[in-house]
Design a protein around this ligand. Structure first.
Ligand SMILES: C[S@@+](CC[C@H](N)C(=O)[O-])C[C@H]1O[C@@H](n2cnc3c(N)ncnc32)[C@H](O)[C@@H]1O
Length: 210
């Protein structure tokens, strides 16, 4: 059964991010780190729902020009401090993904790491924005959980309708060229938020040049 979108996402996430420390740690997500070589220094990347900034700051440290947004202003404030501490600039915005001013064909890359707050209707709008904001040749790097994660309960939403299968991602990004799409299991140690055996899925897909 389809579950509704989360109520009060800004309040919920602000409360989580108000705790000391970083809920998902300060190191980048491993799938992102392993695939960020698809982008060259100086290229422009958008981090979607970037939370406390672990991914945006690391990408900026690789020489990328990074925009990032998140609905939770406490998360974005922590991300700004992390960027300052690490001596990099990131263009942060506090925004709901529906309200974000998505530019058309503007980014060489999009990082969408654990954005499974989205129910199917919101996900369709979000994925549409992601596809359209990529330049021709631009590349999406996405990480999420599969439905098997409901057995592990080591992170992610407890709603099957928010989780991804290979078929779902293949169909959602059918107009992109699939570079890699993989379901796998791994031990995550991303702060207290994603911790333990996890059922994961990773996608790397490129906007076609035509
Ligand atoms: C699981 S966390 C992942 C954060 C980050 N991508 C990372 O990997 O560390 C999900 C993030 O989505 C954000 N979020 C939830 N609903 C949102 C919405 N409607 N629009 C934008 N961001 C949202 C939350 O504030 C939170 O930072």
């Amino acid at each position: 059964m389809t579950q509704p979108a989360f109520a009060d996402p800004a309040g919920t996430w602000n409360r989580r991010f108000a705790e000391d420390g970083f809920v998902f740690g300060t190191q980048p997500n491993a799938w992102l780190r392993e695939h960020a070589g698809v982008w060259q220094p100086g290229q422009r990347v958008l981090c979607v729902a970037d939370g406390e900034g672990r991914n945006s700051v690391w990408l900026a440290r690789q020489g990328l020009v990074v925009d990032a947004f998140d609905i939770a202003e406490i998360g974005v404030a922590k991300a700004r401090r992390l960027a300052q501490e690490q001596g990099v600039g990131v263009n942060y915005t506090v925004s709901d993904c529906d309200a974000f001013a998505w530019p058309e064909a503007a980014y060489d890359g999009v990082a969408a790491i654990f954005v499974q707050f989205a129910d199917p209707a919101l996900r369709e709008r979000l994925f549409g924005h992601i596809r359209r904001c990529l330049k021709p040749g631009g590349t999406l790097v996405l990480q999420g959980y599969t439905p098997r994660q409901l057995e592990y309960r080591t992170g992610g939403p407890p709603f099957e309708s928010h989780l991804y299968t290979e078929a779902l991602l293949r169909e959602a990004f059918a107009d992109l060229e699939c570079i890699e799409l993989r379901e796998y299991e791994a031990e995550l140690a991303e702060g207290s938020g994603h911790c333990g055996r996890s059922a994961l899925i990773g996608l790397v897909a490129r906007h076609r040049l035509t």
